[in-house]
Write a protein that binds this ligand. Structure first.
Ligand SMILES: Cc1cc2nc3c(=O)[nH]c(=O)nc-3n(C[C@H](O)[C@H](O)[C@H](O)COP(=O)(O)OP(=O)(O)OC[C@H]3O[C@@H](n4cnc5c(N)ncnc54)[C@H](O)[C@@H]3O)c2cc1C
Length: 431
Protein backbone atom coordinates (compact mmCIF):
# COMPACT_ATOMS: atom_id res chain seq x y z
CA UNK A 1 0.00 0.00 0.00
CA UNK A 2 1.43 3.43 -0.92
CA UNK A 3 0.64 6.75 0.68
CA UNK A 4 2.52 9.21 2.81
CA UNK A 5 5.60 7.86 4.55
CA UNK A 6 7.45 10.09 7.02
CA UNK A 7 11.03 9.31 8.00
CA UNK A 8 12.19 10.65 11.35
CA UNK A 9 10.21 11.25 14.55
CA UNK A 10 11.93 14.43 15.61
CA UNK A 11 9.72 17.49 16.04
CA UNK A 12 9.31 18.00 12.29
CA UNK A 13 8.20 14.44 11.54
CA UNK A 14 6.00 14.25 14.62
CA UNK A 15 4.37 17.57 13.82
CA UNK A 16 3.80 16.54 10.19
CA UNK A 17 2.13 13.28 11.29
CA UNK A 18 0.08 15.08 13.94
CA UNK A 19 -1.18 17.75 11.56
CA UNK A 20 -1.83 15.22 8.78
CA UNK A 21 -3.84 13.04 11.14
CA UNK A 22 -5.93 16.11 11.98
CA UNK A 23 -6.99 16.41 8.31
CA UNK A 24 -7.59 12.69 7.97
CA UNK A 25 -4.39 11.71 6.17
CA UNK A 26 -2.93 8.53 7.60
CA UNK A 27 0.83 8.21 7.49
CA UNK A 28 3.53 5.71 8.35
CA UNK A 29 6.10 7.43 10.57
CA UNK A 30 9.34 5.48 10.97
CA UNK A 31 12.07 6.40 13.44
CA UNK A 32 15.51 4.83 13.79
CA UNK A 33 15.81 5.24 17.55
CA UNK A 34 13.78 3.55 20.27
CA UNK A 35 12.53 6.90 21.53
CA UNK A 36 10.92 9.81 19.64
CA UNK A 37 12.16 13.40 19.68
CA UNK A 38 15.38 13.39 17.64
CA UNK A 39 17.51 16.32 18.83
CA UNK A 40 14.68 17.28 21.19
CA UNK A 41 15.00 14.23 23.43
CA UNK A 42 16.32 13.96 26.96
CA UNK A 43 18.65 11.40 28.52
CA UNK A 44 17.44 10.38 32.00
CA UNK A 45 20.08 8.98 34.34
CA UNK A 46 20.04 8.53 38.14
CA UNK A 47 17.64 11.40 38.73
CA UNK A 48 19.37 13.74 36.25
CA UNK A 49 17.77 14.86 32.97
CA UNK A 50 20.19 15.84 30.22
CA UNK A 51 19.00 17.43 26.98
CA UNK A 52 21.23 17.11 23.94
CA UNK A 53 22.86 20.47 24.72
CA UNK A 54 20.72 23.44 25.77
CA UNK A 55 17.28 23.19 24.14
CA UNK A 56 15.26 26.26 25.07
CA UNK A 57 12.03 27.28 23.40
CA UNK A 58 12.16 30.66 21.69
CA UNK A 59 8.67 31.50 20.50
CA UNK A 60 8.14 34.12 17.81
CA UNK A 61 4.65 33.21 16.68
CA UNK A 62 1.41 33.57 18.62
CA UNK A 63 0.13 30.34 16.99
CA UNK A 64 2.90 28.43 18.73
CA UNK A 65 1.34 29.13 22.09
CA UNK A 66 -2.02 27.83 20.81
CA UNK A 67 -0.36 24.69 19.49
CA UNK A 68 1.46 24.09 22.79
CA UNK A 69 -1.83 24.57 24.63
CA UNK A 70 -3.51 22.01 22.37
CA UNK A 71 -0.66 19.60 23.07
CA UNK A 72 -1.17 20.10 26.80
CA UNK A 73 2.38 21.30 27.50
CA UNK A 74 1.86 25.04 27.83
CA UNK A 75 1.05 24.93 31.56
CA UNK A 76 4.23 22.96 32.25
CA UNK A 77 6.48 25.61 30.70
CA UNK A 78 8.04 28.51 32.54
CA UNK A 79 9.02 31.76 30.82
CA UNK A 80 12.47 32.94 31.75
CA UNK A 81 14.69 35.86 31.02
CA UNK A 82 17.99 34.87 29.45
CA UNK A 83 21.07 35.00 31.67
CA UNK A 84 23.91 34.41 29.26
CA UNK A 85 27.50 35.54 29.32
CA UNK A 86 30.75 35.49 27.42
CA UNK A 87 33.95 34.33 29.10
CA UNK A 88 36.77 36.44 27.72
CA UNK A 89 40.09 37.68 29.04
CA UNK A 90 39.55 36.05 32.43
CA UNK A 91 36.20 37.81 32.96
CA UNK A 92 32.57 37.08 32.24
CA UNK A 93 30.47 39.78 30.63
CA UNK A 94 26.77 39.55 29.72
CA UNK A 95 25.67 38.49 26.22
CA UNK A 96 25.53 40.08 23.69
CA UNK A 97 29.08 41.34 23.83
CA UNK A 98 28.31 44.23 21.46
CA UNK A 99 26.50 46.11 24.25
CA UNK A 100 28.38 44.74 27.25
CA UNK A 101 32.06 45.45 26.82
CA UNK A 102 32.28 47.26 30.17
CA UNK A 103 33.28 44.10 32.04
CA UNK A 104 36.10 43.25 29.63
CA UNK A 105 39.76 44.11 30.23
CA UNK A 106 40.24 47.79 29.18
CA UNK A 107 42.43 47.02 26.17
CA UNK A 108 39.85 44.56 24.75
CA UNK A 109 37.06 47.08 25.37
CA UNK A 110 39.06 49.76 23.57
CA UNK A 111 39.68 47.47 20.55
CA UNK A 112 35.98 46.66 20.32
CA UNK A 113 34.64 50.20 20.65
CA UNK A 114 37.29 51.78 18.43
CA UNK A 115 36.74 49.14 15.75
CA UNK A 116 32.98 49.68 15.87
CA UNK A 117 33.35 53.46 15.54
CA UNK A 118 35.77 53.09 12.62
CA UNK A 119 33.45 50.64 10.87
CA UNK A 120 30.47 52.95 11.43
CA UNK A 121 32.39 55.87 9.95
CA UNK A 122 33.57 53.93 6.93
CA UNK A 123 31.57 54.71 3.76
CA UNK A 124 31.68 50.98 3.02
CA UNK A 125 29.49 50.32 6.05
CA UNK A 126 26.32 51.54 4.36
CA UNK A 127 24.55 48.96 2.25
CA UNK A 128 27.66 47.34 0.82
CA UNK A 129 27.67 43.91 -0.76
CA UNK A 130 29.39 41.53 1.65
CA UNK A 131 31.12 38.55 0.21
CA UNK A 132 31.40 36.56 3.39
CA UNK A 133 30.53 36.41 7.07
CA UNK A 134 34.01 37.77 7.79
CA UNK A 135 33.42 40.83 5.57
CA UNK A 136 29.95 41.31 7.07
CA UNK A 137 31.30 41.24 10.63
CA UNK A 138 34.13 43.65 9.83
CA UNK A 139 31.79 46.14 8.16
CA UNK A 140 29.04 45.90 10.82
CA UNK A 141 31.02 45.46 14.05
CA UNK A 142 34.61 46.37 13.25
CA UNK A 143 37.96 44.75 13.77
CA UNK A 144 37.92 44.49 17.59
CA UNK A 145 34.65 42.60 17.95
CA UNK A 146 35.71 40.45 15.00
CA UNK A 147 39.07 39.51 16.51
CA UNK A 148 37.96 39.02 20.11
CA UNK A 149 34.61 37.33 19.57
CA UNK A 150 33.00 36.78 16.17
CA UNK A 151 35.93 35.15 14.39
CA UNK A 152 37.23 32.83 17.12
CA UNK A 153 33.74 31.87 18.31
CA UNK A 154 32.29 31.09 14.89
CA UNK A 155 35.45 29.44 13.61
CA UNK A 156 35.40 27.17 16.65
CA UNK A 157 31.69 26.43 16.22
CA UNK A 158 31.76 25.83 12.45
CA UNK A 159 35.33 24.44 12.20
CA UNK A 160 35.58 26.75 9.19
CA UNK A 161 37.38 30.06 8.54
CA UNK A 162 34.99 33.03 8.82
CA UNK A 163 35.93 34.07 5.27
CA UNK A 164 34.38 30.83 3.93
CA UNK A 165 31.06 31.33 5.72
CA UNK A 166 28.18 33.24 4.16
CA UNK A 167 25.73 35.53 5.95
CA UNK A 168 22.52 33.65 5.06
CA UNK A 169 22.02 32.44 8.64
CA UNK A 170 22.76 35.64 10.59
CA UNK A 171 19.29 37.26 10.11
CA UNK A 172 17.54 37.11 13.45
CA UNK A 173 20.42 35.45 15.32
CA UNK A 174 23.10 38.18 15.52
CA UNK A 175 22.01 41.37 17.34
CA UNK A 176 23.09 44.54 15.53
CA UNK A 177 23.20 47.47 17.97
CA UNK A 178 23.46 51.16 17.11
CA UNK A 179 26.61 53.13 17.92
CA UNK A 180 24.92 54.75 20.97
CA UNK A 181 24.15 51.31 22.37
CA UNK A 182 27.75 50.16 21.91
CA UNK A 183 29.01 53.27 23.70
CA UNK A 184 26.47 52.77 26.50
CA UNK A 185 27.62 49.16 26.71
CA UNK A 186 31.23 50.22 27.16
CA UNK A 187 30.22 52.19 30.27
CA UNK A 188 27.80 49.60 31.66
CA UNK A 189 24.83 51.81 30.84
CA UNK A 190 22.96 49.54 28.47
CA UNK A 191 19.70 48.25 29.89
CA UNK A 192 17.08 46.03 28.38
CA UNK A 193 16.96 42.70 26.66
CA UNK A 194 18.26 42.17 23.15
CA UNK A 195 18.10 39.35 20.61
CA UNK A 196 15.84 36.51 19.54
CA UNK A 197 16.61 34.55 22.71
CA UNK A 198 16.13 37.36 25.28
CA UNK A 199 13.41 35.24 26.86
CA UNK A 200 12.67 31.57 26.50
CA UNK A 201 10.37 28.84 27.77
CA UNK A 202 11.48 25.63 29.41
CA UNK A 203 9.65 22.86 31.29
CA UNK A 204 9.50 23.48 35.03
CA UNK A 205 10.53 19.88 35.67
CA UNK A 206 12.37 17.32 33.57
CA UNK A 207 13.83 18.03 30.16
CA UNK A 208 12.71 19.27 26.78
CA UNK A 209 11.49 15.79 25.78
CA UNK A 210 8.16 16.89 27.21
CA UNK A 211 7.42 18.53 23.87
CA UNK A 212 8.25 15.54 21.69
CA UNK A 213 6.51 13.14 24.07
CA UNK A 214 3.31 15.20 23.90
CA UNK A 215 3.32 15.06 20.12
CA UNK A 216 4.28 11.38 19.98
CA UNK A 217 1.35 10.49 22.26
CA UNK A 218 -1.00 12.04 19.69
CA UNK A 219 0.50 10.49 16.57
CA UNK A 220 -0.97 7.31 15.17
CA UNK A 221 1.27 4.71 13.46
CA UNK A 222 4.60 5.74 14.99
CA UNK A 223 7.13 2.96 14.47
CA UNK A 224 10.19 3.23 16.70
CA UNK A 225 13.45 1.27 16.30
CA UNK A 226 12.80 1.21 12.57
CA UNK A 227 15.83 2.69 10.80
CA UNK A 228 15.62 3.15 7.04
CA UNK A 229 18.56 1.27 5.54
CA UNK A 230 17.88 1.62 1.83
CA UNK A 231 16.07 3.96 -0.54
CA UNK A 232 15.04 3.13 -4.10
CA UNK A 233 14.04 6.44 -5.64
CA UNK A 234 12.88 5.11 -9.01
CA UNK A 235 10.57 2.53 -7.41
CA UNK A 236 9.59 4.91 -4.60
CA UNK A 237 10.39 2.24 -2.07
CA UNK A 238 12.40 2.22 1.13
CA UNK A 239 13.76 -0.66 3.15
CA UNK A 240 13.82 -0.87 6.92
CA UNK A 241 16.55 -2.64 8.91
CA UNK A 242 14.18 -5.53 9.64
CA UNK A 243 13.91 -6.14 5.86
CA UNK A 244 10.40 -4.76 5.52
CA UNK A 245 9.78 -2.47 2.52
CA UNK A 246 7.50 0.55 2.37
CA UNK A 247 6.28 2.24 -0.80
CA UNK A 248 5.41 5.88 -1.02
CA UNK A 249 3.44 8.31 -3.12
CA UNK A 250 5.01 11.05 -1.00
CA UNK A 251 8.06 10.52 1.15
CA UNK A 252 8.48 13.20 3.82
CA UNK A 253 12.16 13.08 4.72
CA UNK A 254 13.05 14.79 8.01
CA UNK A 255 16.30 12.91 8.76
CA UNK A 256 19.55 14.53 7.53
CA UNK A 257 19.65 15.19 3.79
CA UNK A 258 23.07 13.54 3.61
CA UNK A 259 21.70 10.29 5.02
CA UNK A 260 19.05 10.20 2.26
CA UNK A 261 21.63 10.82 -0.44
CA UNK A 262 23.90 8.10 0.91
CA UNK A 263 21.04 5.58 1.29
CA UNK A 264 19.63 6.14 -2.21
CA UNK A 265 21.49 3.61 -4.35
CA UNK A 266 20.09 5.07 -7.59
CA UNK A 267 20.80 8.73 -6.79
CA UNK A 268 21.41 10.53 -10.13
CA UNK A 269 24.96 11.83 -10.65
CA UNK A 270 23.88 15.47 -10.59
CA UNK A 271 22.30 15.00 -7.16
CA UNK A 272 25.28 13.03 -5.87
CA UNK A 273 27.53 15.92 -6.91
CA UNK A 274 25.27 18.40 -5.08
CA UNK A 275 25.28 16.20 -1.97
CA UNK A 276 29.08 16.11 -2.10
CA UNK A 277 29.13 19.88 -1.62
CA UNK A 278 27.23 19.81 1.71
CA UNK A 279 29.27 20.44 4.84
CA UNK A 280 28.32 20.30 8.50
CA UNK A 281 29.79 19.97 11.96
CA UNK A 282 28.90 17.48 14.65
CA UNK A 283 28.53 18.57 18.28
CA UNK A 284 30.02 16.49 21.06
CA UNK A 285 28.08 17.11 24.22
CA UNK A 286 29.54 16.15 27.57
CA UNK A 287 26.98 16.36 30.37
CA UNK A 288 27.98 16.37 34.00
CA UNK A 289 25.94 15.78 37.14
CA UNK A 290 27.81 17.63 39.89
CA UNK A 291 27.40 17.79 43.69
CA UNK A 292 26.85 21.21 45.24
CA UNK A 293 25.52 24.53 43.97
CA UNK A 294 26.30 25.75 40.44
CA UNK A 295 29.48 27.82 40.09
CA UNK A 296 27.59 30.58 38.23
CA UNK A 297 24.04 31.86 37.85
CA UNK A 298 24.04 32.19 34.05
CA UNK A 299 22.04 29.73 31.95
CA UNK A 300 24.96 29.42 29.57
CA UNK A 301 28.33 30.97 28.66
CA UNK A 302 29.92 31.43 25.23
CA UNK A 303 33.60 30.52 25.17
CA UNK A 304 35.33 32.13 22.17
CA UNK A 305 38.97 31.76 23.24
CA UNK A 306 40.88 29.14 21.25
CA UNK A 307 42.74 27.68 24.25
CA UNK A 308 39.46 26.03 25.32
CA UNK A 309 38.26 23.20 23.09
CA UNK A 310 34.55 23.89 23.67
CA UNK A 311 32.51 26.84 22.39
CA UNK A 312 29.71 26.87 24.97
CA UNK A 313 29.05 25.70 28.53
CA UNK A 314 25.52 25.52 29.92
CA UNK A 315 24.10 25.16 33.41
CA UNK A 316 20.70 23.59 32.68
CA UNK A 317 19.76 23.25 36.34
CA UNK A 318 19.70 27.07 36.41
CA UNK A 319 16.58 27.01 34.21
CA UNK A 320 14.83 23.76 35.07
CA UNK A 321 14.52 21.07 37.71
CA UNK A 322 16.83 18.60 36.03
CA UNK A 323 19.05 17.47 38.91
CA UNK A 324 18.45 15.80 42.28
CA UNK A 325 18.45 18.08 45.34
CA UNK A 326 21.94 19.31 46.21
CA UNK A 327 23.29 18.79 42.68
CA UNK A 328 23.56 20.80 39.48
CA UNK A 329 24.21 20.00 35.83
CA UNK A 330 26.81 21.24 33.37
CA UNK A 331 26.60 20.82 29.59
CA UNK A 332 29.76 21.23 27.49
CA UNK A 333 29.61 21.59 23.70
CA UNK A 334 32.42 21.11 21.24
CA UNK A 335 32.31 20.91 17.43
CA UNK A 336 34.18 18.60 15.10
CA UNK A 337 33.64 18.16 11.36
CA UNK A 338 30.62 15.89 10.70
CA UNK A 339 31.63 12.26 10.90
CA UNK A 340 34.97 12.99 12.63
CA UNK A 341 35.79 11.21 15.89
CA UNK A 342 36.07 12.99 19.23
CA UNK A 343 39.63 14.17 19.89
CA UNK A 344 41.68 11.83 22.08
CA UNK A 345 41.06 12.57 25.76
CA UNK A 346 37.94 14.61 24.99
CA UNK A 347 36.47 14.29 28.48
CA UNK A 348 39.75 15.19 30.17
CA UNK A 349 40.14 18.23 27.86
CA UNK A 350 36.68 19.40 28.86
CA UNK A 351 37.20 18.89 32.59
CA UNK A 352 40.56 20.68 32.54
CA UNK A 353 39.02 23.58 30.58
CA UNK A 354 36.11 23.86 33.01
CA UNK A 355 38.51 23.91 35.98
CA UNK A 356 40.67 26.57 34.43
CA UNK A 357 37.60 28.76 33.80
CA UNK A 358 36.40 28.23 37.38
CA UNK A 359 33.31 26.36 36.16
CA UNK A 360 34.12 23.15 38.01
CA UNK A 361 35.31 23.48 41.61
CA UNK A 362 36.46 19.94 42.35
CA UNK A 363 36.61 16.88 40.11
CA UNK A 364 35.47 14.63 42.89
CA UNK A 365 32.14 16.49 42.89
CA UNK A 366 31.28 15.04 39.47
CA UNK A 367 28.90 12.19 40.25
CA UNK A 368 27.84 11.33 36.73
CA UNK A 369 28.80 11.92 33.10
CA UNK A 370 26.68 11.36 29.97
CA UNK A 371 28.02 11.82 26.46
CA UNK A 372 25.85 12.67 23.47
CA UNK A 373 26.70 13.35 19.85
CA UNK A 374 24.62 15.38 17.42
CA UNK A 375 25.77 14.63 13.88
CA UNK A 376 25.09 16.69 11.88
CA UNK A 377 24.45 19.52 14.33
CA UNK A 378 25.18 22.78 12.48
CA UNK A 379 25.19 22.86 8.71
CA UNK A 380 27.99 25.01 7.35
CA UNK A 381 26.66 27.99 5.41
CA UNK A 382 29.34 28.24 2.76
CA UNK A 383 29.04 29.39 -0.84
CA UNK A 384 28.18 26.03 -2.47
CA UNK A 385 25.33 25.31 0.01
CA UNK A 386 22.43 27.30 -1.46
CA UNK A 387 22.73 25.94 -4.97
CA UNK A 388 23.40 22.38 -3.77
CA UNK A 389 20.31 22.37 -1.55
CA UNK A 390 18.11 23.83 -4.32
CA UNK A 391 19.35 21.18 -6.77
CA UNK A 392 18.66 18.39 -4.30
CA UNK A 393 15.26 19.73 -3.31
CA UNK A 394 13.97 19.98 -6.87
CA UNK A 395 15.71 16.79 -8.03
CA UNK A 396 14.26 14.71 -5.19
CA UNK A 397 10.81 16.22 -5.72
CA UNK A 398 10.69 14.31 -9.02
CA UNK A 399 10.60 11.10 -6.97
CA UNK A 400 7.86 12.32 -4.64
CA UNK A 401 10.31 13.28 -1.87
CA UNK A 402 9.58 16.33 0.30
CA UNK A 403 12.41 17.61 2.51
CA UNK A 404 11.32 19.09 5.84
CA UNK A 405 13.14 20.21 8.97
CA UNK A 406 16.51 21.53 10.02
CA UNK A 407 18.76 18.80 8.68
CA UNK A 408 16.63 17.60 5.77
CA UNK A 409 16.54 21.14 4.39
CA UNK A 410 20.15 21.69 5.43
CA UNK A 411 19.47 24.93 7.27
CA UNK A 412 19.63 26.66 10.65
CA UNK A 413 16.35 26.61 12.53
CA UNK A 414 14.74 26.17 15.92
CA UNK A 415 12.30 23.78 17.59
CA UNK A 416 9.49 26.24 16.92
CA UNK A 417 10.46 26.24 13.24
CA UNK A 418 10.43 22.42 13.25
CA UNK A 419 6.86 22.40 14.58
CA UNK A 420 5.77 24.69 11.73
CA UNK A 421 7.87 22.91 9.10
CA UNK A 422 5.84 19.80 9.96
CA UNK A 423 2.57 21.73 9.82
CA UNK A 424 3.54 23.15 6.41
CA UNK A 425 4.00 19.61 5.07
CA UNK A 426 0.50 18.78 6.26
CA UNK A 427 -0.94 21.88 4.55
CA UNK A 428 0.74 20.87 1.34
CA UNK A 429 -0.55 17.30 1.46
CA UNK A 430 -4.05 18.05 2.76
CA UNK A 431 -6.81 16.56 0.60
C1 LIG B 1 23.58 22.01 19.48
C2 LIG B 1 22.17 22.37 19.19
C3 LIG B 1 21.47 23.18 20.06
C4 LIG B 1 20.16 23.54 19.77
N1 LIG B 1 19.49 24.34 20.64
C5 LIG B 1 18.24 24.73 20.36
C6 LIG B 1 17.54 25.59 21.24
O1 LIG B 1 18.04 25.99 22.30
N2 LIG B 1 16.29 25.97 20.90
C7 LIG B 1 15.68 25.55 19.75
O2 LIG B 1 14.53 25.93 19.50
N3 LIG B 1 16.32 24.74 18.90
C8 LIG B 1 17.58 24.31 19.17
N4 LIG B 1 18.23 23.48 18.30
C9 LIG B 1 17.55 23.10 17.05
C10 LIG B 1 16.57 21.93 17.22
O3 LIG B 1 17.23 20.82 17.80
C11 LIG B 1 16.05 21.51 15.85
O4 LIG B 1 15.56 22.62 15.13
C12 LIG B 1 14.92 20.49 15.89
O5 LIG B 1 15.11 19.55 16.93
C13 LIG B 1 14.89 19.79 14.53
O6 LIG B 1 13.98 18.73 14.53
P1 LIG B 1 13.87 17.78 13.27
O7 LIG B 1 12.70 16.91 13.49
O8 LIG B 1 13.88 18.59 12.02
O9 LIG B 1 15.22 16.92 13.23
P2 LIG B 1 15.67 15.74 14.23
O10 LIG B 1 15.34 16.07 15.60
O11 LIG B 1 17.08 15.41 13.91
O12 LIG B 1 14.76 14.51 13.77
C14 LIG B 1 15.14 13.65 12.74
C15 LIG B 1 14.84 12.22 13.17
O13 LIG B 1 15.21 11.35 12.11
C16 LIG B 1 15.70 10.16 12.69
N5 LIG B 1 16.48 9.43 11.68
C17 LIG B 1 17.73 9.72 11.21
N6 LIG B 1 18.10 8.81 10.29
C18 LIG B 1 17.08 7.93 10.18
C19 LIG B 1 16.89 6.75 9.41
N7 LIG B 1 17.82 6.29 8.55
N8 LIG B 1 15.72 6.07 9.55
C20 LIG B 1 14.73 6.51 10.39
N9 LIG B 1 14.88 7.60 11.16
C21 LIG B 1 16.04 8.32 11.05
C22 LIG B 1 16.54 10.65 13.85
O14 LIG B 1 16.77 9.63 14.80
C23 LIG B 1 15.65 11.78 14.38
O15 LIG B 1 14.79 11.31 15.39
C24 LIG B 1 19.53 23.09 18.58
C25 LIG B 1 20.23 22.25 17.71
C26 LIG B 1 21.54 21.89 18.01
C27 LIG B 1 22.29 21.00 17.08
Amino acid sequence: MSGVVIVGAGLTGLSAAYHLAAVGVLTRLVEALKVPGGACRTIEKDGFSFDLTGHLLHLRLAESRTLLQRLGVWESLRRQRRRAGIALGGRVTPYPLQIHTHRLPPEVRRDCVLGFVRAAMSPQAQGEEEGSFAAWVLSRFGEGFARHFFFPYNEKLYCTPAAELTTEWVGRYVPRPRLEEVIDGAFGLHRGAVGYNATFYYPRRGGIRLLADALAARVPQLELSAPVTGVDLARRRLTLAAGQTLEWDTLVWTAPLTSLTSLAADLPGELAAAAGALRAVAVLNLNLGVKGSPPRREHWLYIPEPQYPFYRVGFPSNHGEVAPTGCHTVSVEMSVPAGAPAPPGFEELCLAGLESLGLLRRRQDVVLTAMARLDPAYVVFDRPRTRAVATLRSGLRRYGVLLAGRWAEWKYSTMEDALWDGAAVARRLSP
